[in-house]
Design a protein around this ligand. Structure first.
Ligand SMILES: NC(=O)c1ccc[n+]([C@@H]2O[C@H](COP(=O)([O-])OP(=O)(O)OC[C@H]3O[C@@H](n4cnc5c(N)ncnc54)[C@H](OP(=O)(O)O)[C@@H]3O)[C@@H](O)[C@H]2O)c1
Length: 335
C-alpha cells in the first residue's frame, strides 16, 4: 500500500516537472499547442474557403493574407490604404497558386460605419459567400490616462470595438442563414489583463471579449458557427508606430524595439491552427508574457500585485522617455 502511494506521488511529481518544463518553452495555451501537434491542418481545413481579413495592409493581417493564400483560401482584403492592399495581393499571388480573381481588394474604413453595409454587399457579391470573417483591423495606445483626451478614448472604442461589431453584425445574418461560418476576432492579452499606458486600448479589447463571449452563447443553436477570439501577446508589426497617444493626431515619440516580440509568422500559423480546429479562445505569446495569462485567469489577486510592480516600472520608463515595452530592467534616464 505504502509502495503504491509513493509510486503515485513520484508519478505525479514527474508529470508536474515535465509539465513545467514544457510550459517554460510554450508559446501558446496547451489546447492550441495540442491542436498544432495532433489536430487538423489549416491547409486541409481552409482550402477553398472565402476569408475576409480586415487590417490586411500590414502586420498580422498582412501575414494572415500570405499564409491563407498558401492554404488555398480565397481572400477579401480590407484596410484603408488601397495601395498597400494591392501590394499584399501581389505578394499573395507570388507566394501561392491563387489566381487574380481569387483575391478581392476591398478598401474599408472601420470608422465609417455608414459604408459597412455596402462594403459587405460588395464582399458577398464577389464570391457569393463569406466562410470566415477575421476582425483584425485596429490600433493600440501609448499614453497615460490623465494626459489622454476623451477624443482618443472615443476613437479607440469606435475603431476597435464598434467598427468590429458593425462588420460582424452585417456578416452574421449571412452565416446564420447558411448555418455555418467563422467569426474570428483579434483581441489581445490586454483583452484579459490590464496594462498601464493602454487604458483605452485595453477597454476596447475587454469590450470585444465581452461581446463575443456573449454572442457565442446567443448562437448556441448554430453549432456550426465558430465565434473565436485570439489573444496575442507582443507580436512584430507596425502596431506601436500606429498607436494613439495623448491627442488624436500626435504621433508616437519613441518607437520601441521589436526584438523581444514574437515573430508574426509563428503567431499567424498558430491562429490558423486554432481556426482550423474550432478553438474558441487562443492565447498566443512567448514566455514570460504567456505566464501572465494564467495568473490573470486563475489568480487575479496575485496578478494585480505583479502587474502593479511591473506597471510602476513601465510608467517610470515612459515618463523618462525610455522604451516602455522592452526596458523594464533599463535604468531610466536622469535629467
Ligand atoms: N502586434 C501586437 O503586438 C498585437 C498584440 C495583440 C493584439 N494585436 C491586434 O492585432 C491586430 C492587428 O494589429 P497589428 O499588430 O498587425 O498592427 P498594424 O501593423 O498596425 O496593423 C493594423 C491594421 O489595421 C488597419 N487599420 C487601422 N485603422 C483602420 C481603420 N480605421 N479602418 C480599417 N483598418 C484600419 C491598418 O490598415 P490601414 O492603416 O491601411 O487602414 C492595418 O492593416 C489589431 O487588432 C491589434 O490590436 C496586436
Amino acid at each position: 500500500m505504502e509502495c503504491c502511494i509513493v509510486s503515485a506521488l513520484c508519478g505525479f511529481a514527474l508529470f508536474f516537472v515535465l509539465f513545467l518544463f514544457l510550459w517554460f518553452f510554450a508559446d501558446a495555451d496547451f489546447t492550441l499547442l495540442k491542436a498544432n501537434l495532433f489536430g487538423q491542418s489549416p491547409e486541409n481545413k481552409l482550402k477553398g474557403l472565402v476569408v475576409w481579413v480586415t487590417g490586411a495592409s500590414s502586420g498580422i493581417g498582412e501575414e494572415l493574407s500570405y499564409q491563407l493564400a498558401q492554404c488555398g483560401s480565397r481572400l477579401i482584403l480590407s484596410a484603408r490604404r488601397q495601395d498597400e492592399l494591392n501590394r499584399v495581393k501581389h505578394r499573395c499571388l507570388e507566394r501561392s497558386s491563387l489566381k487574380d480573381e481569387d483575391i478581392f481588394v476591398l478598401p474599408l474604413d472601420l470608422l465609417e460605419r455608414t459604408s459597412h453595409e455596402e462594403k459587405t454587399r460588395n464582399a458577398l457579391q464577389q464570391f457569393g459567400r463569406i466562410d470566415v470573417l477575421i476582425n483584425n483591423g485596429g490600433r493600440s495606445q501609448r499614453s497615460l490616462c490623465l494626459e489622454t483626451s476623451m477624443d482618443v478614448y472615443q476613437a479607440l472604442m469606435e475603431l476597435n470595438f464598434l467598427g468590429t461589431v458593425s462588420i460582424t453584425k452585417l456578416v452574421l445574418p449571412h452565416m446564420t442563414q447558411r448555418g455555418t461560418g467563422s467569426v474570428v476576432t483579434i483581441s489581445s492579452v490586454v483583452g484579459l489583463a490590464g496594462a498601464p499606458l493602454s487604458t483605452g486600448y485595453c477597454a476596447s479589447k475587454h469590450a470585444l471579449q465581452g461581446f463575443f463571449n456573449s454572442l457565442r452563447c446567443e448562437l448556441a443553436d448554430y453549432p456550426e458557427i465558430l465565434i473565436s477570439t485570439v489573444c496575442p501577446g507582443p507580436v512584430k508589426s507596425q502596431i506601436i508606430n500606429n498607436a494613439f497617444t495623448e491627442e488624436l493626431d500626435k504621433p508616437i515619440a519613441t518607437v520601441p524595439s521589436q526584438e523581444h516580440k514574437m515573430p508574426t509568422s509563428r503567431c499567424v500559423r498558430l491562429m490558423l491552427v486554432g481556426i482550423a480546429n474550432n478553438i474558441k479562445e487562443m492565447w498566443i505569446s512567448q514566455q514570460p508574457v504567456l505566464g501572465f495569462y494564467y495568473i490573470w485567469q486563475y489568480t487575479p489577486t496575485f496578478a494585480w500585485y505583479v502587474s502593479n510592480l511591473l506597471g510602476k516600472k513601465r510608467v517610470q520608463n515612459f515618463k523618462a522617455g525610455v522604451d516602455a515595452d522592452s526596458a523594464y530592467f533599463t535604468k531610466p534616464k536622469t535629467s
